[in-house]
Design a binder for this molecule. Sequence first.
Ligand code: PLP
Length: 289
Amino acid sequence: MSRIAYVAGQYVPHAQAAVHIEDRGFQFADGVYEVIAVRDGHLIDEEPHFQRLHRSLGELRIAPPLADAALKIVLREIARRNGVDRGSIYLQITRGVAPRDHAFPKAAKPTLVLTARRARPPDPRLAEEGVAVITIPDIRWQRCDIKSVALLPNVLGKQQAREAGAFEAWQVDADGHVTEGTSSNAWIVTRDGAVVTHPANHAILNGVTRLALIDVVKRAGCRLEERPFTLAEAKSAREAFLTSTTSDLLPVVRIDDAPVGNGNPGLLSQKLRAAYLARVGLAHAAAAP
Ligand code: PLP
């Protein structure tokens, strides 16, 4: 099946899909995005993705190019046209095309681009054996809560992780606190069993998976603490894990050169992962016609 993209109101063959060279997304990273998982043909956590999209657009004062109802139809259509039963949909909205000038153009029509990609289930060894993270200084701007397409520090951090043979890079701020990964949220389980993750302020992206997991943690009767934690605390934690739309929940078993706990995926991490996956399954069931 050949891939189809949706660009500025049209479904076009992926290979020919293009935006203008003066699109402000291309020239200024003046735009936002979302990645929505598709499982068994259903969009997972569509509502929180829409809420975050509207928040990002509002913060940047970009007008939504389509009403939600229309956008929901296009999202399903792009998944259908690409035969995506399991995979993800990428959605990007930029401020549009205008002669290059930093200030907002007087009249630009926001550009909407959608692509959909099939994905095989992730390698089960990632969840069974856990993953390693390295740590890097958090060099990003002070509005990481906006899901902006300006991802250069994240790109450099992920590449550094790849070159170190690690799955992810956890970013550490000037106070020594772990903020988040380059494309995932960071969590630890303390020695007395509290589940800790950075509060959703301007320093992190409030992950849709993070929000879902907060619910899972509370339902499991665990103690949740949304507070900054230091790298030292992470290294001496009983367990650690990361969450994202594309990784679900993965146990973290190594931070830099130090094993987390006994170096194996933690029991609570595995339990929360199973509960999260069950929730995603239940979410399908609830969304099914
Ligand atoms: N933090 C950052 C910087 C991200 O880029 C992402 C996802 O791309 C996340 C966290 C996780 O967010 P979500 O759970 O919505 O995928």
